[in-house]
Write a new protein. Structure first.
Length: 289
């Protein structure tokens, strides 16, 4: 099952959508009385593929704006850095990271505020007053369903409500100068998300192809099998002393092929189109402004 937040009559509306993004069914039709956002749905319906059913042929989605599926999370987004083997190598060689190790003992976790989130086809600001080195990062992203404290790896997938795509836009110069990651990751519009959340029954997160095109040039082409810390490990580490909550967002890291991995680096500029695809989830397109 696939969920999107769409704009109907000027208001965000949670809907079930088909794989082709051609038809939609308002969640309120399947769950009478529901009028909340995606986090409210996650809290109300822990097993959507089993608990919700569509009826009829749905309504045409053509011409309707698709928003970020989780545009109003209740907390900052959790982000994992340097979590693909090949990307860790290219990152260390780039000189943008103070660490000399490819693999750290624990996942490197930072956060993005909700103010970074934009939806499919929304513009991403270059922020040229603050940075001259903007980069892209295609990331398989976990949406937590039932939260918890001290979740073990063996049980971790039971706490996953679904998966989406996040583009972890980064100001590399700020990241390098600050010697930590938040400042370069937290600029407004620096987290395109979407287009949908896909329930766990539809994909195998451990074997998904991830691709990124910049202005039609294929830059990233990898498989989630290259993850250093898998999803159960990330969930276990995060929840060891911090309670995860329904609707929490965890981006699992990006693959090799980001702009700083090239010689010279290929940073983004106004007008550039970013096209991110993750197998089984869909395609997220945004343009730099």
């Amino acid at each position: 099952m696939r969920f999107a937040t769409i704009e109907l009559n000027g208001a965000p509306t949670v809907a079930i959508v088909d794989r082709e993004l051609s038809r939609y069914w308002p969640v309120a039709d399947a769950l009478p009385g529901f009028n909340g956002d995606m986090v409210d749905l996650i809290r109300a319906v822990p097993e959507p593929a089993r608990q919700l059913k569509t009826s009829g042929e749905g309504k045409p989605l053509e011409g309707i704006r698709i928003l970020a599926p989780l545009s109003t999370p209740r907390r900052n987004l959790f982000m994992v850095g340097k979590n693909y083997h090949e990307h860790a190598k290219e990152f260390n060689k780039s000189g943008f990271d103070g660490s000399k190790e490819d693999i750290s003992p624990l996942p490197s976790v930072f956060t993005k505020p909700a103010s970074t989130i934009v939806g499919p086809n929304d513009a991403v600001k270059c922020h040229q007053q603050a940075t001259q080195e903007v980069d892209y990062e295609n990331e398989l992203t976990v949406v937590i369903g039932s939260g918890g404290l001290g979740i073990k790896k063996a049980d971790a997938y039971k706490h996953v409500w679904g998966y989406t795509i996040v583009n972890d836009i980064t100001a590399r110069d700020l990241q390098k100068k600050a010697r930590q990651w938040f400042l370069g990751k937290a600029l407004d519009t620096f987290c395109p998300m979407g287009p949908v959340i896909v329930t766990p029954d539809e994909i195998d997160p451990e074997n998904l192809q991830l691709k990124t095109w910049i202005n039609g040039e294929l830059r990233q082409d990898a498989n989630t099998g290259d993850l250093i810390f898998d999803i159960p490990t990330i969930i276990e580490v995060l929840s060891a002393g911090m309670t995860l909550e329904a609707g929490d967002v965890i981006a699992t890291g990006t693959a090799a092929g980001v702009g700083i991995g090239f010689t010279p680096p290929k940073f983004l500029k106004p007008g550039d189109e970013m096209r991110l695809e993750i197998e089984g989830i869909g395609t997220l397109v945004n343009r730099m402004e």
